[in-house]
Design a protein around this ligand. Structure first.
Ligand SMILES: NC(=O)c1ccc[n+]([C@@H]2O[C@H](COP(=O)([O-])OP(=O)(O)OC[C@H]3O[C@@H](n4cnc5c(N)ncnc54)[C@H](OP(=O)(O)O)[C@@H]3O)[C@@H](O)[C@H]2O)c1
Length: 295
């Protein structure tokens, strides 16, 4: 099965089908180098977030890359302490200023407000989404979406939404497919992006994946990334190692046949990262500041 170099979002916008993630990379030189390596390896879709504390370094790397802004797809996220209509608009404008850019390609609500923390969680998510619709209608962002929204959060949001989110970024990797959320999203035309497509590195030594990787002379990371694509899911992988970044970009010259896709799709539960939207914020030790340089 061939896979496209870009997916088409519900509003017809093209989004490069493999993304490069920047979580946990220290701001400054390390982030700038890593993003530079990703661009050199051919990634044209970079995922960042205010909460990573390095988004301004991601932007600096993009702005100094010599690659036209229109040829790089930049995705940002609204952190949990900026929910609500006015706060979300203000936070987005601060993000653009920090990035020294006129627009973002995609902006996501990082985590839904959950009933464990907020009695008015539905209203809070609706108000935040209204701000995202305003940003989209004002042309400040080319696509809008959510992250970590299970059907429990999506269904009420869709009742009030004038624009259906174009993307839902969720944890997704072999042994953790979130099938109910994926099916719900596919049913309403929301593209799934996979965060931690390599299980943050912890699934790469699983023998089931190594066996398939060996058959094709590939790495288990490449198998995970290619498997996402063949399932119609957009993988966002991360590495700070230039050789691994190149490896993770080189997933368009081989194919996983149906029988190997079926083996991976049927793997037992490998477990997720443990960050579940119902508990995420309730479990944060220090809320909402998770990163030293978060703005
Ligand atoms: N929306 C959300 O709530 C959310 C949550 C988590 C993540 N994300 C996004 O998703 C992105 C990806 O998730 P993730 O950061 O957990 O990363 P991941 O891509 O699942 O795994 C990254 C880990 O795998 C290692 N690795 C990468 N390529 C490798 C290769 N070819 N061979 C061996 N090891 C390899 C990396 O180490 P080296 O660096 O040493 O290579 C790193 O330790 C994040 O960076 C972020 O942008 C979003």
């Amino acid at each position: 099965m061939s896979v496209p170099r870009s997916f088409t979002l519900a509003n017809r916008l093209q989004i490069p089908s493999t993304g490069y993630g920047t979580w946990q990379i220290p701001f400054g030189e390390e982030t700038e180098k890593a993003v530079g390596s990703a661009l050199a390896a051919g990634f044209r879709h970079i995922d960042t977030a205010a909460a990573y504390g390095n988004d301004f370094s991601v932007a600096a790397a993009v702005n100094s890359s010599g690659i036209a802004r229109k040829d790089i797809f930049i995705s940002g996220k609204l952190w949990i302490n900026k929910r609500g209509y006015d706060a979300a608009l203000k936070a987005f404008k601060q993000t653009l200023k920090r990035f020294n850019m006129d627009y973002l390609d995609l902006f996501l609500i990082h985590w839904p407000a959950a009933p464990k923390v907020y009695e008015n969680w539905k209203e809070l998510n609706d108000d935040t989404w209204r701000a995202f619709q305003t940003l989209y209608n004002d042309g400040l962002v080319r696509a809008v979406g959510v992250s970590n929204f299970t059907p429990f959060y999506l269904a009420p949001l869709l009742e009030k939404a004038e624009i259906v989110p174009m993307v839902n970024q969720i944890e997704y990797h072999p042994g953790f497919m979130q099938k109910e959320t994926a099916a719900f999203c596919q049913g309403v035309g929301i593209l799934i992006e996979a965060w931690s497509p390599l299980g943050s590195g912890r699934i790469l030594m699983r023998k089931e994946l190594l066996n398939i990787a060996e058959k094709y002379g590939r790495s288990s990371a490449q198998i995970c990334i290619r498997w996402c694509l063949q399932n119609g899911v957009l993988p966002i992988s991360r590495s700070v190692n230039p050789e691994r970044i190149k490896e993770n970009a080189a997933v368009f010259d081989f194919e996983l046949p149906h029988e190997d896709m079926a083996v991976i799709n049927a793997l037992p539960d490998f477990g997720g990262s443990g960050d579940n939207p119902d508990d995420f914020e309730a479990n944060l030790k220090e809320t909402p500041q998770v990163s030293g340089r978060m703005l």
